[in-house]
Write a protein that binds this ligand. Structure first.
Ligand SMILES: [Zn+2]
Length: 113
């Protein structure tokens, strides 16, 4: 067994090799040296058989914080928080009011829940 020269930490355990490969590519493209451990390489380890499809993504300890941030951003993109921020129409004067206002800018009628 050869040890990696760099001290590394487990960043994320992916459920399948495809997700792991995508995340690894995303990290490497962003300048973080990342590599995967597990998946097909784990087959043949016997006791690890049940985990054979799980793939660990490891990064150098020095890059851990940066990698976590990239991971956060990566997953934030897939959830659409903008769905909640829609303009609304005032029930009193019919003006269209921006999502940042909780009451009508025109007549000060509060937004209906
Ligand atoms: Zn109004």
């Amino acid at each position: 067994m050869s040890k990696p020269a760099t001290e590394s930490v487990l960043l994320y355990r992916a459920a399948d090799p495809i997700e792991a490969a995508l995340l690894e590519a995303m990290l490497v493209e962003s300048g973080v040296p990342a590599w995967t451990v597990g998946g097909q390489a784990a087959i043949g380890f016997g006791e690890l058989g049940a985990d054979a499809q799980c793939v660990d993504i490891r990064v150098p300890t020095a890059n851990h914080a940066e990698a976590l941030e990239l991971l956060d951003k990566h997953y934030a993109k897939t959830t659409n928080s903008e769905l909640d921020a829609k303009p609304w129409t005032c029930g009193k004067c019919g003006e269209t009011v921006g999502p940042t206002f909780s009451s009508c800018w025109n007549c000060e009628t509060p937004q209906q829940a």
